[in-house]
Design a protein around this ligand. Sequence first.
Ligand SMILES: [Zn+2]
Length: 666
Amino acid sequence: MECGSAWVDMNADSEEEVEFDEDEDLLERNETSEQGLFDMVTTSSSAAPPPPPPAPSVQKRKRKVRKANTNVISVKLGTLTQDVAVATGDPVFCVKCQAALSAIDVAQMAAEGKDKEKGARVWHCSFCSTDNELNLDDEEMPGEESVDYILEPPNEAVSRGSSSSEKQLIFCIDISGSMCVTTEIEGKHELKGAEARKRLDSLNTERADQWAPREKRNVTYVSRLQSVQAAVDAQLAQMEQEQPSRRVGLVTFNGEVTVIGDGYQPPVTIAGDKLDDYDQLLQLGKSQSPGVPISKAKKALSTKLFALEETGPTALGPALLVCIGMASQNPGSEIVVCTDGLSNVGLGQLDDINTEEKKRASERFYEQIGDFAVLHGVTISIIGIKGQDCRMEQLGALSDKTNGGVNIVDPLRITQEFSSILSQPIIATNVGVKLILHKGLFVRAEDGEDEKERSTTKDSFITRDVGNVTTESAFAFEFGVRPIEEAKALGIDLELSALPFQLQIRYTKLDGMKCIRIISREQKATRDREQAELAANVDVLGLNAVQKSAKIAQKGEYTAARLENFTHTKLMRKVAMGSEDKKQKFVAWGSKQRVLETELKTVKAREMDEGLALSDDDEDDECNEEAAEEKVQQRKAKKAVKEQARKDRRGDETAKVLWSFRSKRK
Ligand SMILES: [Zn+2]
């Protein structure tokens, strides 16, 4: 748990009015000087190209935005690999707010002399002020900031370390016809595989889109499949060296699904009606887990890998289900899907789904297999190969749910993409997080949907199922301070010098041990915003800004997302002035954040060109609690229609940007 600043900013929310036009680059704007937001860095950074002159006679719009502040908490789940004190007994929770007794309370009780009281002691909850009865022995009192409680011991079979308990890595490879499309690379290269040599001889003359008008002597044509083969083989070699006991399997799909497994087991091919049978595909997967570790299987697997040839359609959905069946045998297993097209055979078809019914059926399929994967601690990463549509909006949801990676890459960059995905192994599964705040504070909705609601409707806690976590998993929450009048009415004292924060993380280790980690911390409070901003943590604020604006955009609110991006960038710029280190971080963050601004601007411009009536004007409607219920409902309905329409229309590139921005993998 890290905070956006060393100080809790106790000031009420403040708003500003932003006047803008659709074509403007909001991240270039800086009202306090003539500089753009990124101009403060005078190095040769490529982050800030000069903005084009504004187009004349564009109608300006005005929108009120709540100013971003430093009240952010980030949760870094990679810390679960660090051992902390293991407490004896069970955690003790406040009967009212479910906060756990912590070292802060113990210190408080000692300061008041209550720790020496005889009989039942009273624990005054620092979050909600409830008095709880406490019957704990002294040695059971938590004494440190982070404490682990063991809820269930490890699974015996796993802790005995039998080789079948090793987590699996399954490569799920598209070998449909389109995988033969080639990329030209400089120089003559000797390519591996029988098919490769055959292709070099023919130089692809039958493929119109690859036809070079005059023969080039010093180039090699590399197909998508060849790029994937080379990339997978590089991973196999690396695994053989670094994780020899890891079990690696190969599954391919075109019009059929073929389980090649570890290269030793006889291949199994699934075709026809079976590709529509959920239970059969899952069962088959479960019976086909690779049995031989990569240290023994590398050679056999490589041979089968390079023998692959591309032809036919794309049974991606059924292949994924088989892979999940295989991987579900061992928590912590990973599936990496490499595809260049739309799933169009068997379950989970994404091509040609022209009826509402078909669309829902395929959405349900991906939801179902995603839930199953999460339950069994399996992550799914999707690598789309640049060039064709693969409906990343849908597939990205699957990798988001299972905390896998998502990207669209050039065929020649697949090797790097594999390395980057596989460098973040799963460390725990079935993770659930609960953040508890002092009752004078409240948690804001992560998608910005509650901005127009009164703070009385907002809770001082939030729970979230995270599922699988990797070494890099991180996400953030924003919190607000209840207005003074409201706090008074609720009997809450906000004149505090410090406030408690607590994070409860339930998690299952890969050996099956179930634990709850409780992290409790006090943060000093200030009413001086400058003081809070001066002590800001740029990493925490940056993480929150990235994820929040992407979530708002995924709700279909492109303008609101851009304004959110704008107000966070302004705050980031201000707090980054404090030190050279913060400036550097801000610039690195800013150049990435521009990608989102640019993407959203482009999408909106395209909508306008196409004359779509997906206006963001309804965001301007003053729809506070005084507005008639009917009007509120109308607005909600309109938003829902817009959200769905924009989701349906979202192309692979935009979908990829949004999924990767909101991702917990950084
Ligand atoms: Zn309480």
